[in-house]
Design a binder for this molecule. Structure first.
Ligand SMILES: [Zn+2]
Length: 340
């Protein structure tokens, strides 16, 4: 089958790779309907993460089950499924407590790779959720978004305790940040401040429910959020970038007693213990437990109550994956979908 391999920073190739095979009775094999390029795929693409040997790429996926191991009971061949970017058994104590992305037996799908024609899904029962039926083609981007960026933005908003009466600020205007805005709206937030300098992204943020746009960054961005919140800071802040500047911006935009949901994959972020001590804020983040939210997110999409697929502003065939990476790297695209 064809699949995307990263040979070195900047060197994305679509080539013939081995077909997946069921090796554990809990495995499933799916035929991808669509996959996409994630902001976190750009870290090794840019050389910020090491590339020691050619690596399979991708961890977002939707598709049709082709084959299941003999212990799989919740999905069957022919069903359309959505899964999380972390495979989880769904049965260990960590999964049952709501944190399947830290499952005691987790498998990061980025190590398996899903930018390919087929993919092996470990722990199929704990990982995959079947849709109520076969989706129309125009619903596939939204279901694909649920697999990572929507689920991650949603976790950011939940971790930040977005809800009625709250002012929520979102740092980061990539797909996750934009979908954190959508999540905050769905969770009933009163005011949603999107921090973005890019006009098309601001427009999408407003469509998803942002009430205010702040274009300033860093200390100036913090000052602007404080100005909009009576000098106190936001109740809830979602951090969706993962850099030193964005973490500082998120923490310093949060009022004492407030909550930060940090879902940007952190790279070289250092926090001062003294600042943490005196900030008196709640911090919760990490790889989003997307599987916890998937059944609800799929239903919202199925009922056409949300349309998170709008974050895809570029769609290319799998064979043109290299161009999809370049477009996202150069910020010509918010998020690129790959049709398989
Ligand atoms: Zn588990």
């Amino acid at each position: 089958m064809r699949g995307v391999m990263l040979h070195a920073p900047g060197d994305v190739r679509v080539e013939e790779i081995d077909d997946p095979k069921i090796t554990a009775p809990t495995d499933a094999i799916i035929r991808l309907s669509a996959t996409c390029v994630c902001g976190s795929d750009l870290w090794p693409f840019r050389g910020a993460d090491p590339v020691d040997q050619p690596m399979p790429m991708g961890h977002e996926y939707v598709g049709i089950v082709e084959e299941v191991g003999n212990e799989v009971t919740t999905v069957k061949p022919g069903q359309f499924v959505v899964g999380s970017f972390v495979a989880s058994d769904g049965t260990c104590e960590i999964c049952r407590s709501g944190y399947p992305s830290s499952c005691a037996h987790r498998v990061f799908m980025s190590l398996v790779g899903t930018q390919s024609e087929r993919a092996l899904i470990p722990h199929a029962d704990g990982t995959l959720v079947a849709t109520p039926g076969m989706p129309d083609t125009d619903m596939i981007p939204s279901l694909l978004a649920a697999s990572d960026v929507l689920g991650t933005g949603w976790f950011g908003a939940v971790a930040a305790e977005a809800g009625p009466g709250k002012t929520v600020a979102v740092v980061g205007d990539g797909a996750v940040g934009l979908l954190a805005v959508l999540a905050a709206r769905q969770l009933g937030a009163e005011r949603i401040i999107a921090m973005s300098r890019h006009e098309p992204r601001q427009a999408l943020a407003r469509e998803f429910g942002a009430t205010d746009i702040v274009t300033e960054r860093g200390d100036n961005g913090v000052a602007k959020v404080k100005e909009l919140t009576g000098g106190l800071g936001a109740h809830s802040v979602v951090e969706a970038v993962g850099t030193q500047e964005s973490m500082h911006q998120a923490m310093r935009s949060t009022r004492p007693g407030g909550h930060v949901g940090f879902v940007g994959v952190n790279h070289d972020v250092t926090l001062s213990g003294e600042e943490l001590f005196f900030s008196q804020i709640h911090l919760l983040g990490g790889p989003a437990p997307v599987r916890r939210f998937l059944p609800d997110l799929i239903q919202l999409i199925w009922d056409k109550k949300i349309n998170p697929g709008k974050v895809f502003d570029l769609a290319l065939p799998l064979d043109q994956a290299a161009e999809a990476y370049r477009a996202m790297d150069e910020r010509r695209a918010v998020k690129a979908l790959l049709t398989v």
